[in-house]
Design a protein around this ligand. Structure first.
Ligand SMILES: C[S@@+](CC[C@H](N)C(=O)[O-])C[C@H]1O[C@@H](n2cnc3c(N)ncnc32)[C@H](O)[C@@H]1O
Length: 199
């Protein structure tokens, strides 16, 4: 689902971008390494900071990125114009990814799966579009956070069937995405970070 006004403001600001660049990206790189020369998909790209990180820090050759919200895609388009044909942007839904099977070497999720009503369908789609041994880099928000007063009061998320860190990793494993020890939680289990490989 799309972000409400409060979360849109939280996402589209320099503090979020700095955290994504200097904390989340570093942690994901520590867990899974870089993606030099690879074809990468970013689901729920928001305003495009993640795509910049995937190109600049992770070294991807090309990033395909989409978001459910056309306004976010427009923002990302402005930010990413300088990369030319190294980036393909579109409006899309993680529950039904418009790409062939095995199209990508890696998929990145910077905090979007918890917004997806049928998040298990999104996980299955991510697995489908990864090549064998392709990697899924994820940073996401757990039920532990969504149950907090601040989240319930100011933000909007689907209310049914939200995941904890363990439930998320278990669902990845069931879908054929193996994370093993490459998983950490942060802030008392509010966030889960990891890198899973397609079996
Ligand atoms: C919390 S924001 C994160 C944005 C960006 N990845 C970042 O880290 O700054 C979640 C994003 O996911 C998008 N989104 C929500 N549901 C989606 C879906 N089913 N498919 C694709 N994008 C979705 C929202 O529009 C929003 O841009």
């Amino acid at each position: 689902m799309k972000l409400n006004a409060v979360e849109t403001a939280l996402m589209n600001n320099p503090v979020r971008a700095a955290f994504q660049r200097h904390y989340e990206a570093r942690l994901l790189e520590r867990l899974g390494g870089r993606t030099p020369g690879e074809r990468v998909l970013e689901v729920g790209c928001g305003r495009g900071v993640g795509t910049e990180i995937i190109l600049e820090r992770f070294g991807a050759a090309h990033v395909t990125a989409f978001d459910l919200d056309p306004a976010m895609v427009a923002r990302a388009g402005e930010r990413l114009a300088r990369y030319g044909d190294r980036v393909s942007l579109s409006v899309g839904d993680a529950e039904k990814i418009e790409a062939p099977d095995g199209a990508f070497d890696a998929v990145f999720d910077f905090g979007i799966i918890h917004h997806v009503p049928d998040w298990r369908a999104a996980v299955a789609e991510i697995r489908r579009v990864l090549r064998p041994q392709g990697r899924f880099f994820f940073e996401d928000v757990t039920r532990h956070a969504l149950d907090r007063w601040s989240y319930r009061t100011f933000l909007e998320h689907p209310s049914e069937d939200r995941f904890g860190a363990f439930g998320f990793v278990t669902a990845l494993e069931a879908a054929g995405l193996h994370a093993g020890d490459n998983v950490v939680t942060r802030v008392f289990g509010d966030f889960v970070f990891g890198v899973a490989t397609k079996a």
